[in-house]
Design a binder for this molecule. Structure first.
Ligand code: DX5
Ligand code: ZN
Length: 225
């Protein structure tokens, strides 16, 4: 099991002070920055594009940026995010006409590719792709908004993906996204996740460091720290 990472989602940050907010959560102990891209086409919301990712890099953010593309089509925007400083680029297979080619495009652009599974998306995409990805992201909410409730059936899906990752023998990050809080992160870690997106739980907390530390304690108590 890989070192657990806390990945605050900037969707819940104060966008009027985004650079400072990202600095603050990283200084408070976060490991990577979860960057939610929404196009008001694949999901019913509109957020940010490559220029904001580039602005964070210019601001001096050195931590890995985990770009979650909730967009359709996908391919056109991948090279722009790679140039803008993305580390991982994850996308929804339903949003690409040629999923294997999109994974190759992300890797050829110099980024680490990942597949995102919505609550209703079956895992059989992994039959042909598990050896080509560096991250698998399970949505524990339906994509589009922060502050939703964790969908409990995600736990069993996490266990199934954890088995497949372990059987693959490859170092693949298993990320969970949506409704992750200090009071459920322990059971999520026990189910097999090693990378935890948390938007409203972190940015809604009065003290980022205290919240991130509490999340780490809960993960450690679950025997995954
Ligand atoms: C939802 C986004 C999630 C969301 C998580 O479509 O992909 O990253 O921001 O937010 P919380 O942690 O508030 O549920
Ligand atoms: Zn996300």
């Amino acid at each position: 099991m890989m070192q657990p990472w806390i990945a605050p989602s900037i969707l819940s940050a104060d966008f009027a002070r985004l650079g400072e907010e990202v600095e603050a959560v990283l200084a408070a102990g976060a490991d990577i920055v979860h960057f939610d891209v929404m196009d008001n086409h694949y999901v019913p919301n509109l957020t940010i594009g490559p220029l904001v990712c580039e602005a964070l890099r210019k601001h001096g953010i050195k931590a890995p940026i985990d770009v979650h593309l909730m967009v359709k089509p996908v391919d056109r925007i991948i090279p722009d995010f790679a140039k803008a400083g993305a580390t991982w680029i994850t996308f929804h297979p339903e949003a690409s006409e040629h999923v294997d080619r999109t994974i190759g495009l992300i890797r050829d652009s110099g980024c680490l590719p990942g597949l995102v599974f919505n609550p209703a998306t079956p895992l059989n995409w992994l039959d042909h792709l598990i050896d080509k990805v560096d991250m698998i992201l399970l949505m524990s909410v339906n994509p589009g908004f922060g502050g939703q409730s964790f969908i409990p059936t995600t736990l069993d899906k996490l266990r199934k993906v954890r088995e497949r990752i372990d059987a693959s023998g490859r170092e693949i990050r298993l990320e969970v996204d949506g409704g992750v809080k200090a009071d459920n992160i322990g059971e999520i870690a026990r189910a097999g996740a090693d990378t935890f997106v948390a938007g409203s739980a972190v940015f809604g907390a009065p003290d980022y460091r205290a919240m991130i530390s509490r999340m780490r304690e809960e993960i450690a108590k679950a025997g995954r720290g």
